[in-house]
Design a protein around this ligand. Structure first.
Ligand code: PLP
Length: 455
């Protein structure tokens, strides 16, 4: 009895408040305690092994046991465990990482600013949008447009950008000056008889209408994740960004690409922006930047943004923004090593070589009676589970179908994200073809059992 009371599970329930967890159910169900990682697998406290089909949280690109990242952290800890970058101080790994990122950028960028999470990077980008417009004498150009179902984080400002009701409800969000436009998901929002390109035109026209209603002189920026990953792997329809960017250019609106998930090879290109011809003024990134072995995020800004920061510094006396751990030596050392590994092992080449199998297995599930839509690109994909394939009738929130599918997947040794109507795959980029087959074989069993359960 004492052993049970002192178990990790019991102590977790007693002391930990979990992010994105039903706090009430957690008191009854307790946690799943993960003890160890090995390649694309994690092992729980009872010794059960699972394929991590979501790379943790869309981030563990090199799996869960890469010794070079451990050594990079240890080396840096011994040499200089902490220093900051306030007041012009610097250190080697932050400098080298910034230089590498600028060289990797899909569009010309000028400077890199470091933070600790995707949310912080997006918050910083929002502050820079406001700062920039003050600097260039357009103080009224401050509203920022995001999209319904977008995910950009959870801080007060980035959660406001996020276009998901549960991130706003009872948190008194969104804050003002944040607007949301259409989500470009064709399956749910495309009209009968409409082509994907026509749908893209309709999304663009809707954005332009919003800009004109609000007054173009009040709109500062448009935020977009190239492919909306956690919103349900929403791949923009062909011509979408071409049309959106033409409108942004017409009204002199900045484009910010949130590359927190798409960045560093997820779509088979170094950045998602390359996959869709996006030409952003700011790029935010996190997650795969350090293969998730250290918390670190960054944003790259172009020359005109940087010129504004210089001008404001001359006027005010400083750039009044920064985190204690901006450019933390251990985090930057691990991120730098991550980028070296990506290059040396040709991770992009590997992704491109396994994507055909990944997408073939994903798309084969289109035939499954539980699957209404399949969306994917590169090494990310989502199945949208429906009650009725023909009518696209969704399950009701209380049906718990995705939760059941997630539990069945776990019983078959796969951890994934089964949320709302979505069953998602975003495995470590190092996943091999036999592991991809194993992940889909096991997941298919879970879907079969869920279908029988839901009938
Ligand atoms: N932006 C995108 C596209 C994300 O997927 C996430 C997290 O999943 C964030 C921002 C927020 O990142 P973080 O959880 O590190 O604050």
């Amino acid at each position: 009895m004492t052993a049970l009371l002192n178990s990790l599970e019991a102590r977790d329930t007693a002391f930990v408040l979990h992010p994105y967890t039903n706090a009430s159910q957690h008191l009854e169900n307790g946690p799943m305690v993960i003890a160890k990682g090995e390649g694309v697998y994690v092992i729980d406290n009872d010794g059960n092994r699972y394929i991590e089909a979501l790379g943790g949280l869309f981030c563990a690109s090199l799996g869960f046991s890469e010794p070079r990242l451990v050594e990079a952290a240890y080396r840096q800890m011994k040499e200089l465990p902490f220093y900051h970058s306030f007041g012009g101080k610097s250190h080697e790994t932050a400098i080298e990482l910034a230089e590498r990122l600028i060289k990797l950028s899909p569009v010309p960028m000028s400077k890199v600013f470091f933070a600790n999470s995707g949310s912080e990077a997006n918050d910083t980008a929002m502050k820079l949008v406001w700062y920039y417009h003050n600097a260039i004498g357009k103080p009224e150009k401050k509203k920022i447009i995001s999209r319904n179902r977008a995910y950009h984080g959870v801080t007060i400002a980035s959660a406001s950008l996020t276009g998901l009701p549960n991130n706003h409800r009872d948190f008194d969000l969104p804050i003002d000056r944040i607007l949301h436009t259409d989500c470009p998901e064709f399956y749910r929002y495309g009209h009968e008889g409409e082509t994907e390109e026509e749908f893209a035109s309709r999304c663009a026209a809707s954005l332009e209408r919003l800009i004109l209603e609000e007054g173009p002189e009040t709109i500062g920026a448009f935020f977009a994740e190239p492919l909306m990953a956690s919103g349900g792997c929403i791949v923009p329809p062909p011509t979408y960004y071409e049309k959106i960017q033409a409108i942004l250019a017409r009204y002199d609106i900045l484009l910010i690409a949130d590359e927190v998930i798409c960045g560093f090879g997820r779509l088979g290109t170094m950045f998602g922006s390359e996959s869709f011809g996006m030409k952003p003024d700011i790029i935010t990134m996190a997650k795969q930047l350090s293969a998730a072995y250290q918390p670190i995020s960054a944003l790259m800004i172009n020359a005109k943004l940087h010129e504004a920061v210089v001008a404001e510094s001359q006027k005010i006396g400083t750039f009044g923004h920064g985190f204690t751990y901006s450019g933390h030596p251990v985090a930057t050392a691990v991120a730098l090593e991550t980028l070296k590994i990506y290059e040396e092992r040709d991770i992009l080449g590997h992704v491109r070589s396994v994507v055909p199998l990944f997408q073939r297995r994903l798309n084969a599930l289109r035939e499954h009676p539980l699957v209404g839509d399949v969306r994917g690109r590169g090494m990310i994909g989502t199945l949208e589970l429906v009650r009725n394939k023909a009518t696209k009738e969704a399950f009701k929130p209380g049906d718990g179908v995705a939760i059941h599918a997630g539990k069945r997947a776990q019983a078959h040794g796969v951890i994934t994200r089964a949320l709302g109507d979505n069953f998602s795959f975003c495995p470590p980029l190092i996943m091999t073809e036999p592991e991809i087959d194993e992940m889909f074989d096991r997941s298919t069993k879970a879907l079969d059992e869920t279908y029988d359960w839901a009938k």
